[in-house]
Design a protein around this ligand. Sequence first.
Ligand code: SF4
Ligand code: SF4
Length: 368
Amino acid sequence: MIYNSFRDIELSSLGLGNMRLPKLNPDDPDSKIDRHKAHELMARAMEAGINYYDTAYVYGDGDSELCLGEGMKQFDRSSFHYATKFNIRATTDYEMVFETQLKRLQTDYIDFYLLHCLQTDNIEGYMHGGAIEYFEKQREKGRIRYLGFSTHAPTDLLERFVNHHNWDFAQIQLNWFDWHYGKAREEYRILTEHNIPIIVMEPVRGGKLASLNEKAEAILRKVRPDWSIPSWAMRFVRSLPGIKVVLSGMNSLEQLEDNVNTFSDPLTLTDSDREALDEACRAYASEIFVPCTACRYCTKTCPSHIEIPAYMKLYNDYKVRGNNALKQAGSIVSAGTPADCIGCGTCMPHCPQDIKIPQILAELSKLL
Ligand code: SF4
Ligand code: SF4
């Protein structure tokens, strides 16, 4: 296992994320965690040298913290680090949350404590609701070692929060896809400019980068036939300076072993690996995005007067940022909406990019 220095401790470069622990019934989102499988994972992770264990008050409605506490109690408390989080959306009662977490995790201190999922709708609550002051007091009492936050917020909000307090660390979503097409590169810039150590979540984009399209996978396999596709994503993140821990929500021993191999290999990416990954990224993106150039040829003949390029852009934003991007739909100035598309196909011969416009609009119409 490769370790990274953080203050006076050495953190394993791979951390065990406990949000996606194996369930007793994998088809039931409310199912309890399979204790046997989860504790087996934790034991193997400890054996492999992983010393960072991430959870949150809200994961599995508290079952993640409980299960982690049960699984880790057999190990010397000083041999691993707990990271857990207060989520203001779940409750504003930070004192109750913190005391509950200590009980669930069977510990009297948390190593890495985070304000969870900073977003546009909760930044004021986090900044002015008293939580930061309370957690700083817990730090003075030795009940918290380091205070940070996790975020999916727009970058201007991230910058505002970074300037609000002297944070020990921050957790962001970072992977090669979001680096090129999302806001990961900008978030990374802001944090490194402020010398804030980074913990990475979603290095494989919720599993989406674990398997790519045929063309993208062929590019990567040609260069490194012995590397798994997810290991490319891990190596990309690990190669960035300032990253202390990469979290992976592992839920099988096979996944754990693949990750342990990747994070024990001193080699990250060579220049030619990077070129191959960039090429694979383009090949992957070409099948995800609509290649609209906003030429507007299609709009002239649409009987429903739909502002088609604006909706193509919305669709691409949705592919990168998920449902959050759909909120922008209300600000599109258009006489017709995707729901008004009658599927006449009049627009299609005008599109130099061969975009299946009615299909995309139908998909958007369902989403909106
Ligand atoms: S298929 Fe839909 S978007 Fe295209 S011209 Fe007809 S109504 Fe307009
Ligand atoms: S014609 Fe095609 S490329 Fe041009 S704006 Fe319409 S959808 Fe986009």
